[in-house]
Design a protein around this ligand. Sequence first.
Ligand code: NDP
Length: 480
Amino acid sequence: MEKILNYINGELVPPASGQWLDNYNPAIGKVYSQIPDSDSKDIENAVLAAKNAFPAWSTMPLGERSNILLKIAEGVDREFESLAKAESDDNGKPVKLAKAVDIPRASANMRFFATAILHFESQAHQTDQQAINYTTRSPLGVVGCISPWNLPLYLFTWKIAPALAAGCTVVAKPSELTPMTAYLFSKICKEAGLPAGVLNIVHGLGSKAGQAIIEHPEVVAISFTGGTTTGKTIAATAAPMFKKLSLELGGKNPNIIFSDCDFDEAVSTSVISSFSNQGEICLCGSRILVERSIYDRFVEAFITKVKKLVVGDPADDNTRVGALVSEGHMNKVLSYIELAKEEGGKVMTGGERVIVKGRCEDGYFVAPTVILGLDQQCRTNQEEIFGPVVTIMPFDKEGEVIEFANSTAYGLSATIWTENLKRAHRVAHQLKSGIVWVNCWLLRDLRTPFGGMKQSGVGREGGWEALRFFTEQKNICIKL
Ligand code: NDP
């Protein structure tokens, strides 16, 4: 069985402990590879390598640093097919989706920051005729990047690309559930000539390898994407050590449909924004709020389309909904459906595990599920389910829907459907969400800041924000 290796100091190495963990393909419900069960010893080796690599990497001329990162992007493009397959084998998502979204975006992340760093600026301020101030920005040092399982290579590169471009050296841990693309990525880095120790990828459990990164005194900043509960644990460890922190956490995103929307477009895109990647995207809309005058029509059109979504083998081109990432996660999603029923919800379609015939009969599939009849405050509408489950609720007034939308502890993203421009601006400004899409979903410009409000996160990633995060400022004041 294939053994995934750590990437430390430029070499692919087994874990110091000699211990391994099983890596499941969730679509077939079977172990298909093993990953290092790394511990603090591996993290120590990785941090030492990153520390030794920092002086040369942080002072390398920007053009050279940029070229190496561009070569990595070319490597991702070259390995497109194998990365897309690995992404699907690890995560259960349709290969077609990995080809359309995950892998192109991973390459775009590398390219974006490889070129952005060439144009990064700092500022100068003249204080009347008395002094001139100029501000420098220098890379922080060794940083930790920890990423989740839902968009494995996409979010992994979203973190490490700005860190590397800014001149930091990195110790990174992908989710234990989806390690394969990061492993293939480490081979690409080797081939691209990334100097030893600049990027170190250590596989293993969050509670062991991940926690060792957070606790290590030489790791000066943490960029983390994952659940809100894990984010709290990380902050509790890192904040008293005065580490710089970027936390991208969970969401419970509202999708608001006004009666003056482009109806067909709102229905079609809402199906995608609810069930893409099996609903396992932090930006999926899981609460659909529909103006009462079109509520019945919307519900009918939406459910008709949802019933046509093909749940099946992720390798099949017709599949729209693949497997959930693990048996544990599938059971969590199913338990939320039971909770919704206890809370008085009516399951209109889905609501159960799907057995896919053939090689996937032991896979972890759940039918796209639509639930009506719940109130805003029930747990189903307040807690993140992170699966193919949406609720639909009617509203009467603009003020009321804003209150509903803002009623959870989260504030990651929101979508508004309306043809009324003034209303679009008015509502968007009042939503407590880090990103608001109007008449679209998941359209991303990598230059824009990205991040959540409230318990969806602290700090902003993307564009200049990410390069600023991985650098520290110094102001030099010279008397004239
Ligand atoms: P988790 O919080 O469980 O894990 C995220 C990462 O943190 C994993 O690599 C995990 O390792 C690691 N980890 C767990 N415990 C610790 C610890 N004590 N110290 C350090 N690292 C640790 O999230 P999931 O992987 O389950 O991802 C799903 C969550 O991510 C959802 O809540 C989703 O909303 C959120 N998310 C947010 C996004 C955003 O941009 N805001 C984007 C995508 C997802 P291991 O897997 O081994 O436990």
